[in-house]
Design a protein around this ligand. Structure first.
Ligand SMILES: Cc1cc2nc3c(=O)[nH]c(=O)nc-3n(C[C@H](O)[C@H](O)[C@H](O)COP(=O)(O)OP(=O)(O)OC[C@H]3O[C@@H](n4cnc5c(N)ncnc54)[C@H](O)[C@@H]3O)c2cc1C
Length: 415
């Protein structure tokens, strides 16, 4: 789009959506902004849901992204509690469940992901997912009176819920198919350190085996059955087995939706239509691949990039991927993507003291930096990963080989 639009409609009123609206205003956009969201809450942040909100350290309202005066100052029309059900790309119009038709010169899709569920879980009480504020509040209420918690899913969310449950004094078991918690995000070495931490805190690990089903009596969950045949008794089960991009409403739109909304390097899915945050799968020119990231920092950075592009910058979005997780008294930060075959070198601190920074290389190239309770020093080493990502579009195959499976899947079908 060469002429800046007069109006922008953002679908999805959370981190990515709200930041898009704020960035447009900051960059001087004076036209109409509409923010459409299917939840009834004012925009809130998700990272505290599995930590401070679930533990009870925060009242749910503290997760709200902005106070009401700041939202009013944005001068955007906030349409909440109404789901987008269809998109007309040619006419740039969105239909909603309540029958609204919202049109704009540019549309930004920021609908995130919804929680993947386990077969049969809807029929059993006390089986939870944790994606929304309502999910966190409902789970918190059950954990307050439960004794045994089983978490199905050994990724970042499962590990965080296990840590929070353990902090609440529950008897916690963490189950999943990987050999160590968060292996796909952390690699085997750092995942092993995390596994040791959970074990020390009393969390039982049942890893390296899938879950074959949930057991229940009279409509209430009583346990989790592993493929190994072991049965894990539970009062409450949390299913944390990943997210599915919220693109169902785009089925007839003509947009390419394959594990997210497929976009070009500027995050544009079609003329005047952009995607940001967890739902966007865009061409990362540094990696030479389609990439979709489910992390908080990307939602903000991509929204800012898209706001600029809507206003005419037309620049590729090439971030260094970044996420953090807080578990017990540990903050782990990861810049870059840790390759499956990473050669790990500790460059600061000492893993035994649980304060260190490690560089993860593949084919001699720094692909990621992992920081464990050393935020400042971690940021210092980030530059080496950033340098590696400035390679021109089309990273040599030898360098690509060590990337995690999520990225490899993208490399198999570059746009
Ligand atoms: C419990 C939890 C803990 C997390 N912790 C961390 C962390 O420690 N570190 C980190 O980096 N990341 C973390 N994340 C990930 C981070 O929160 C997400 O990456 C971020 O929220 C993505 O923002 P988003 O705006 O793209 O999507 P979302 O925050 O998912 O927002 C999408 C919004 O769109 C709405 N929507 C969906 N479909 C429609 C529709 N058809 N019509 C209208 N609205 C719709 C959704 O209801 C939602 O409100 C965590 C996520 C969760 C769930």
């Amino acid at each position: 789009m060469t002429v800046p639009p007069g109006s922008v409609l953002v679908v999805g009123a959370s981190a990515g959506g709200l930041t898009t609206a704020e960035a447009l205003r900051r960059k001087g956009f004076e036209g109409r902004i509409t923010l459409l969201g299917d939840e009834t809450h004012l925009p809130y942040d998700r990272p505290p849901l599995s930590k401070q909100v679930l533990s009870g350290a925060w009242e749910p309202v503290r997760a709200q992204l902005r106070p009401e005066p700041a939202l009013r100052a944005l001068d955007a029309e906030l349409v909440l509690g109404d789901r987008a059900t269809g998109l007309d790309v040619m006419n740039r119009t969105v239909r909603t469940e309540s029958g609204r038709r919202l049109g704009a010169d540019a549309i930004v899709i920021a609908t995130g992901v919804r929680a993947r569920t386990f077969p049969g879980q809807a029929n059993l009480a006390s089986v939870h997912v944790i994606r929304t504020l309502d999910d966190a509040v409902a789970l918190r209420a059950e954990l307050a009176v439960a004794g045994r918690l089983v978490v199905v899913g050994d990724g970042v969310l499962g590990a965080e819920v296990a840590a929070t449950g353990s902090g609440l004094g529950l008897d916690v078991t963490l189950a999943g198919p990987q050999s160590v918690p968060m292996e796909s995000q952390f690699g085997a070495w750092a995942g092993g350190l995390l596994g040791d931490l959970h074990t020390e805190q009393g969390v039982r690990l049942r890893l390296g085996t899938g879950v074959s089903g949930l057991a229940g009596v009279s409509g209430r969950v009583t346990g989790v059955v592993l493929e190994s045949g072991e049965r894990l008794p539970a009062d409450v089960v949390v299913v944390a087995i990943g997210g599915i991009p919220a693109t169902d409403w785009l089925a007839d739109s003509g947009l390419t939706c394959e594990n997210g909304i497929v976009c070009d390097a500027t995050c544009r899915a079609a003329d005047g239509i952009y995607a940001v945050g967890d739902v966007a799968r865009w061409r990362h020119q540094g990696l030479g691949a389609l990439l979709r990231l489910e992390n908080r920092t990307n939602a903000t950075e991509q929204a800012v990039a898209v706001a600029s592009n809507i206003l005419g910058a037309d620049q590729p979005y090439t971030p260094v991927p970044y996420f953090w997780t807080d578990q017990y008294d540990v903050k782990v930060m990861v810049h870059g993507l840790i390759p499956a075959d990473a050669e790990v070198e500790v460059v600061e601190g000492d893993p035994a003291a649980r304060r260190f920074v490690a560089l993860c290389r593949s084919g001699g190239v720094a692909r990621a930096v992992v920081g464990w309770n050393m935020p400042k020093q971690t940021r210092v080493h980030r530059g080496q990963v950033a340098d590696a990502l400035t390679l021109a579009d089309g990273v040599p195959a030898g360098v690509r080989q060590g990337l995690p499976s999520s990225a490899l899947e993208d490399l198999a079908s570059p746009a």
